[in-house]
Write a protein that binds this ligand. Structure first.
Ligand code: UDX
Ligand code: ADP
Length: 468
């Protein structure tokens, strides 16, 4: 039997783009993306494509082509599940904030709820695919719930399931390209028929040689390991950026020199304000939790240090800014360029901008934030404080506001902090900016976007990460 009907539970950063690409490449398959969050579903169905709930280059055009043809967004979970031959679980799995394993283990309540909803509503044989990033052995939990329901639930004995792990390796900002041209597709499981059915969907546009089949646990652990390795590279280069600043070496030169070694490679060697995003920290915490569970304390310590350097990098940036501005930033206007954790996304989860902005607000600064895609609503949530009104801004009250114009943030500012590597921040007109700022003026470039060799700084002081 060929797969004709797919349901994806969770219309977020993973579920939305992944299902859009499957719908684009498999016109004969009906793809239903369901979510309990009605506001999100309405946004996916909005006629105005600039109002989609997530910003991802190229996504709007695919939505335009496929939506309401073979791609549907709905909050009717039960019907979506009932009609599906294959169900992807793409719900959120944040780190637990309380209880056993708080701060380390993933909160699996949404996974469990999804498994129960599938057990309750599915019919016939259903292939259940884990897409979300999950701790190792989550598939076992899902299997357990599905099987116990089949013994006791309303469709007693009539439903059967195969559980597969098919982790998503897409990176936000390049998700569509990552989905269309992946380095590899990983499918873990022990049911060869189910694996072949999922594999045959990807084979419509991906070379079969790139589709790797493993056991369930290897697949789950591979996803955590890939993210842990990438995060480790970022922490390693960030640790070297600090040595550069102290020793007179130049981080760009060091990065180039080591990146040309084919054993090391040039990717993921860009020093910055620390990694953010929903995966790196969470996945390393999952590995740490797993190590502690198996008594592998030294391994847990090794991975903890990757997170420790990441926190330290963010803190040392806040500290440097305060020190350079004469140890007092109370009442000073500071322009924050970028709030997303990286360019080309509106996602702010674990963004270094959050902790750095909070540090500066604690010192009573006035933050003028500019980000081309992040909303004031999101920043309010992240900083846990409302944005200032016009009168408060005029009076230079401490707090923050989101500016629609990048140039406005420079007006009377004592400092500019570049936090996100958005393309438009690479082309700043320093002459114009210098005229707008209060002197002595500073730029803190945490992404090395300003070329110190080529640019005239027009009297602005600069602190560029990894340089003396
Ligand atoms: C990551 C993985 O890349 C992806 O495979 C997985 O599915 C999800 O997690 P993502 O978090 O979207 O993707 O972005 P990524 O490009 O990996 O960047 C993560 C963070 O590291 C960002 O904050 C980015 O700015 C930072 N980073 C990345 C650096 O500081 N330097 C680099 O050289 C690369
Ligand atoms: P990710 O980056 O992993 O895609 P998101 O938070 O962007 O994470 O998306 C996860 C989505 O899953 C959210 O829109 C959330 O509302 C949805 N979700 C969580 N639990 C359920 C559930 N039980 N049924 C349906 N949707 C769910």
């Amino acid at each position: 039997m060929k797969i004709k009907n797919i349901c994806c539970i969770g219309a977020g950063y993973v579920g939305g783009p992944t299902m859009a690409v499957i719908a684009l490449k498999c016109k004969d398959i009906l793809v239903n993306v369901v979510d309990i969050n009605l506001e999100r579903i309405n946004a996916w169905n909005n006629k105005d494509l600039t109002m989609l709930p997530i910003y991802e280059p190229g996504l709007d055009q695919i939505i335009k082509k496929c939506r309401n043809k073979n791609l549907f967004f709905s909050n009717d979970l039960n019907t979506g599940i009932k009609n599906a031959d294959m169900i992807f679980i793409s719900v959120n799995t944040p780190t637990k904030s309380q209880g056993i394993g708080a701060g380390e283990a993933s909160d699996l309540r949404w996974i469990e709820l999804s498994a129960r909803q599938i057990a309750e509503n599915s019919t016939g044989h259903t292939i259940v695919v884990e897409k979300s990033t999950l701790p190792v052995r989550t598939a076992e939990t899902i299997k357990n719930i599905l099987e116990s329901q089949n013994k006791t639930g309303k469709n007693k004995g009539e439903t059967t399931f195969s559980v597969l792990s098919n982790p998503e390796f897409l990176a936000e900002g390049t998700a569509i390209n990552n989905l269309i041209n992946p380095d590899r597709v990983l499918i873990g499981g022990d049911d060869d028929v189910a694996i072949d059915k999922l594999g045959s969907i990807y084979e419509r546009w991906i070379n079969p040689k790139k589709i790797i089949k493993t056991n369930l646990w290897s697949s789950e652990l591979s996803k955590l390991t890939a993210n842990a390795f990438l995060a480790q590279r970022v922490s390693s280069i960030n640790s070297i950026s600090a040595i550069c600043e102290s020793s007179g070496a130049n981080i760009k030169e060091v990065t180039k020199a080591i990146g040309m070694d084919s054993r090391i490679g040039a990717n993921f060697l860009q020093s910055g304000p620390g990694f953010g995003g929903s995966c790196f920290k969470k996945d390393i915490l999952n590995i740490i939790y797993l190590c502690n569970f198996y008594g592998l304390n030294e391994v847990a310590d090794y991975w903890s240090s990757v997170l420790k350097i990441n926190r330290w990098q963010q803190k040392r940036i806040s500290k440097t800014i305060i020190e350079k501005l004469f140890n007092t930033i109370a009442g000073k206007k500071i322009s924050i360029l970028g709030f997303a954790y990286k360019a080309n996304t509106n996602d702010t989860r674990e963004s270094p901008a959050i902790s750095i902005a909070k540090d500066l607000l604690n010192e009573d600064a006035l933050l003028a934030i500019y980000d081309p895609k992040v909303s004031a609503k999101q920043i309010t949530k992240d900083l846990d404080s409302k944005q200032l009104n016009e009168k408060q801004i005029f009076n230079k009250n401490s707090g923050w506001y989101l500016s629609k114009s990048i140039n406005e943030t420079f007006n009377g500012a004592d400092a500019i902090i570049i936090l996100t590597d958005w393309e438009e921040f690479k082309k700043l007109n320093l002459k114009e900016i210098s005229n707008l700022m209060r002197k002595p003026a500073w730029i803190f470039d945490t992404r090395n976007l300003i070329d110190l060799e080529k640019e005239d700084l027009y009297g602005i002081n600069i602190w560029s990460l990894g340089n003396t």
